[in-house]
Design a protein around this ligand. Structure first.
Ligand code: GSH
Length: 240
C-alpha cells in the first residue's frame, strides 16, 4: 500500500540503521493525513522511497532525535532530516525529478495558501473534533463548522474554473487538501456528494493514480479512528 505496510515501531524498538546512500526514507504512520500529503506528492512524482512507520502511542526515544516534536512525517536522505508535511512536500517537489506540482504564478499561489490556511480550521473541527470526541454537543458544533468549510471550498472551486485547484492536473495544493477530504467524507455524517462542486472535484481526485495508490476505504478510516479513540496501540497496524 502507498502509505506503507510495515509494523509501526514502538518504544522498545531498535533504531533502524540510516537509509542507504541516495535512498529517501519517510517516517510515517499509515493513517496520518499529514503523511498522506507527502505520500501523494511522492506518488505523483514517481519518487521511490522506503517507509519506517512509528507507533505514535508508544514512540521510540530515538525518533525524537530526528523530530523533536515526535510527529510524523519526517524524511531522511543522505544525512538530511526534514519534517512537517508542507515543508517536506515542497522540498520533495523541488529536488526530485518528475512533474512539478507547486503553483508558480504568485497570485494564484497566494490564493491557494489562503484557502489552505482557512481550511485548517474546518479540518480541526470536522475531522479531529468530530472523530475524536465522545461529546454530542462538540460533535454537532464540529459538523456545523465543517458544513461552512464545505460551502466555502465549493465556492472556491466554482470560481476557480479549472478541474483541480492547481489547474488541469492535481498539484501541490490539491494534495495538501485531499487527505482531510477523504477522512471527513468517511467520518462525518455530512457528505461531499451533498455539495455538487465538491462531489465533482472529489470524484476527479479519486481518479488520480497517486490518490488511488494511497486510498483507504471509508470503513477502514472509521475503524482506525474508533480504535485510536479507544487508546489502542494496535490501531496503527490494521488494514492492508
Ligand atoms: N504540522 C504537522 C505536519 O503538518 O506535518 C502535523 C503532523 C501531525 O500532527 N501528525 C500526527 C502526529 O504525529 C499524526 S496524524 N501526532 C503525534 C503527536 O502529536 O504526538
Amino acid at each position: 500500500h502507498g502509505m506503507g505496510n510495515s509494523v509501526h515501531l514502538r518504544e522498545d524498538s531498535v533504531e533502524p540503521s540510516p537509509p542507504a546512500k541516495g535512498v529517501l526514507r519517510v517516517y510515517g504512520m499509515k493513517f496520518c493525513p499529514y503523511v498522506h500529503r507527502l505520500k501523494l506528492v511522492l506518488a505523483a512524482k514517481g519518487v521511490k522511497h522506503e517507509t519506517v512507520n512509528i507507533n505514535l502511542k508508544s514512540k521510540p526515544k530515538w525518533y525524537f532525535a530526528k523530530n523533536p516534536a515526535g510527529k510524523v512525517p519526517t524524511i531522511e536522505c543522505d544525512g538530511i532530516v526534514i519534517y512537517e508535511s508542507d515543508i517536506t512536500s515542497e522540498y520533495a517537489d523541488a529536488v526530485y525529478p518528475g512533474r512539478k506540482l507547486a503553483t508558480t504564478e504568485p497570485l494564484k499561489l497566494a490564493k491557494e495558501k489562503m484557502l489552505l490556511s482557512h481550511w485548517a480550521q474546518t479540518v480541526s473541527n470536522g475531522f479531529y473534533r468530530y472523530g475524536y470526541s465522545k461529546d454530542d454537543e462538540v460533535k454537532a458544533t464540529a459538523v456545523e463548522v465543517a458544513k461552512t468549510g464545505f460551502v466555502k471550498l465549493a465556492a472556491y472551486l466554482e470560481s476557480n474554473g479549472s478541474t483541480f485547484i492547481c489547474g488541469s492536473q492535481p498539484g501541490l495544493t490539491d494534495y495538501m487538501l485531499y487527505p482531510h477530504l477523504e477522512r471527513m467524507n468517511a467520518i462525518l455524517p455530512v457528505k461531499l456528494s451533498q455539495y455538487p462542486p465538491l462531489k465533482a472535484y472529489f470524484d476527479k481526485m479519486q481518479g488520480d493514480p497517486a490518490v488511488q495508490a494511497c486510498r483507504f476505504s471509508d470503513e477502514l478510516h472509521c475503524e482506525f479512528v474508533n480504535k485510536a479513540l479507544a487508546g489502542s496501540k494496535e490501531a496503527y497496524d490494521i488494514g492492508p
